[in-house]
Design a protein around this ligand. Structure first.
Ligand SMILES: C[S@@+](CC[C@H](N)C(=O)[O-])C[C@H]1O[C@@H](n2cnc3c(N)ncnc32)[C@H](O)[C@@H]1O
Length: 279
């Protein structure tokens, strides 16, 4: 598709950074070329032969821009990834919230194909059962990539038999098995009870404002997405999210991530789990 690719990778890097905050350094050249290749199949890119034309098209055409963004996101995720966070929700966060309020709101930023918010929902249902709670829990889940959001909303997954789940998780309670495959994997679908709890919507964390109220959330999951941004931008995004976390609310970040300039305002519990203690 693109004839001038080698000399124009920098333009692609800069454009991607400008619209998403995703920063790919120069070592990612092969990856950039491969991701651009995947755009060939979409009719909207027909006739595009230079990166200049590609960027001009994406700048004026929302569909092309979204496909360009979708091509450059890395969506790796899994059910109950970084298990300690779900254990902490079950043992500490939810019992206390159930005692003190009726409406509980949880935000999952960068939810990818949905395994993370469905794991949150399954944890809430399990906790509601063992603590006998009828609280109303809403989970908001967003991502910049519209193709993963569509998958997440469908709630269809392939479950590997080697997945290491917490021992209290019974996937059959929350997912229907549609097919058992010869290799041991299972095609599963989230039950309505789980789906009803989650609202998916697109959101670019690099945007200046988020469509939430101040102090809207009791819990925020922002895991394994900060790593794609420059440190300065990670700090800005964390501060933006922090505004929407309630006092005493919990923030979970990924194992390779840091709370940077928020250290003084958060109490650190270990396992990348933080509590808001100051405005
Ligand atoms: C590696 S996945 C992490 C998924 C999940 N949070 C987890 O920990 O398993 C990173 C996700 O961040 C999303 N992402 C990247 N840049 C983003 C941005 N500017 N705004 C919102 N989401 C973004 C990607 O689309 C991708 O789905």
């Amino acid at each position: 598709m693109l004839t001038d690719i080698s000399k124009s990778l920098k333009d692609i890097q800069e454009y991607l950074y400008k619209i998403t905050g995703i920063y790919l350094d120069t070592s990612k050249q092969t990856m950039i070329k491969n991701r651009l290749e995947t755009l060939k199949k979409f009719p909207v890119f027909e006739g595009i032969t230079t990166t200049g034309e590609l960027i001009a098209l994406a700048s004026r055409n929302a569909q092309a821009r979204q496909l360009f963004i979708n091509a450059f996101t890395t969506n790796q995720t899994d059910f109950f990834r970084e298990k300690a966070h779900f254990q902490d929700m079950l043992d500490r966060v939810l019992p206390s919230l159930f005692k003190n309020q009726f409406n509980i709101r949880i935000y999952c930023a960068a939810s990818s194909t949905g395994e993370e918010p469905y794991s949150i929902a399954a944890t809430v249902l399990h906790a509601s059962e063992i603590y006998n709670s009828s609280c109303n829990v809403e989970i908001l889940a967003s991502d910049i990539d519209t193709s993963v959001l569509q998958e997440a909303e469908e709630g269809l997954f392939t479950l590997s038999p080697t997945l290491n789940l917490p021992n209290w998780v019974n996937m059959d309670k929350y997912f229907d098995t549609l097919q058992k495959c010869a290799d041991g994997t299972r095609k599963i679908r989230a039950k309505d009870e789980l789906k009803r709890m989650i609202k998916f919507f697109p959101l670019n964390l690099f945007d200046n404002n988020y469509p939430f109220r101040k102090d809207e959330f009791d819990v925020i999951f922002c895991r394994n997405v900060l790593i794609y941004f420059k440190v300065h931008d990670q700090n800005t995004i964390l501060h933006r999210l922090f505004r929407h976390l309630k006092m005493n609310g919990t923030l979970y970040i990924g194992h390779a991530e840091d709370v940077l300039g928020l250290k003084e305002k958060l109490e650190r519990l270990g396992n990348k789990t933080y509590i808001k203690i100051k405005e």
